[in-house]
Design a binder for this molecule. Structure first.
Ligand code: ZN
Length: 277
């Protein structure tokens, strides 16, 4: 059966991604706080189009905005684990990473009544042990890797990576990867970011980004019987006026091509069902 799925995922990071980069003064904090304005706008748009979506929220942001987190859950959306802080797992030691992972799942469970089954790492940057930890703690899926553009796959554990040697593949796990990419993420296209280490210009014309995103869905539609395209948005990025208008244009265009809207969890389960493992 032909099914072309689109997952709209929202990383509700608020200021946590900025403060983790050392931007702790009032303006960057307020920039992240704009999330509290944007999330209700996004929930209204999703409700208007009856789209179930997935929100990944760091623990420290859930602690700051428990009411908004509850509203997201009450509106029927999935809440996934996005770590405790927004420091990428690749920068944490394994014991801290495991503690943060569990602490975050515990907090989500107290708010939604359900442990999250999905995980996305801060800055799409897993540590060498993240997949093992997710497997150990019974997660269904992960969404930070880029090994395909619109087909989920099973994550390998234990790859041997040495820049001077051939890659030695590890074993295939039961953990589903719902792959992402920077080109399907609003952040690098739209955010102007200056830190002591980098300058990211962002601020692109939304119409051009929209055309790219529609064509990525069109390509999946043309080349696959079944596929799932994963979009990553950040409320304080996509929630600005002209980008909200663009997001609705994207929804309308994908609906015109028969998009099936699903949560990430539903999509991972469907992939597992199709691959009969
Ligand atoms: Zn994030």
């Amino acid at each position: 059966m032909t099914r072309h799925i689109a997952c709209l995922s929202f990383d509700f990071d608020a200021w946590s991604g900025l403060t983790a980069r050392g931007l702790t003064t009032p303006t960057p904090v307020s920039r992240g706080e704009f999330c509290a304005v944007a999330v209700p706008r996004i929930l209204k748009l999703l409700e208007r189009h009856a789209i179930p979506s997935t929100f990944f929220i760091p623990g420290i942001v859930i602690e700051t905005y428990p009411e908004l987190t509850r509203q997201i859950h009450d509106a029927g959306h999935e809440v996934g684990n996005h770590g405790w802080t927004h420091f990428p797992p690749s920068t944490l030691d394994p014991a801290d990473e495991e503690r943060d992972l569990l602490r975050s799942s515990d907090l989500i469970e107290t708010i939604t009544g359900r442990r999250p089954t999905g995980y996305r790492s801060a800055s799409f940057d897993l540590s060498p042990v993240t997949a093992q930890l997710l497997e150990k703690h019974g997660f269904l899926y992960e969404s930070s890797m880029m090994g395909h553009d619109h087909s989920p796959y099973y994550i390998r554990i234990g790859d041997k990576v040495d820049p001077k040697e051939r890659l030695v593949f590890g074993r295939e796990s039961d953990l589903v990867e719902l792959p992402v990419s920077w080109n399907l993420d609003d952040f690098p296209h739209f955010e102007f970011l200056r830190t002591p280490q980098q300058l990211m210009p962002g601020l692109q014309w939304a119409g051009g980004v929209l055309e790219n995103w529609v064509d990525d869905f069109r390509y999946m539609h043309q080349t696959e019987q079944w596929g799932a395209l994963i979009f990553t948005f950040h409320p304080y990025v996509i929630g600005r006026g002209h980008r909200m208008i663009m997001l609705e244009k994207l929804i309308n265009a994908l609906e015109g091509m028969g998009a099936i809207w699903q949560t990430m969890e539903a999509t991972a389960l469907e992939f597992k069902g199709r691959s009969r493992r």
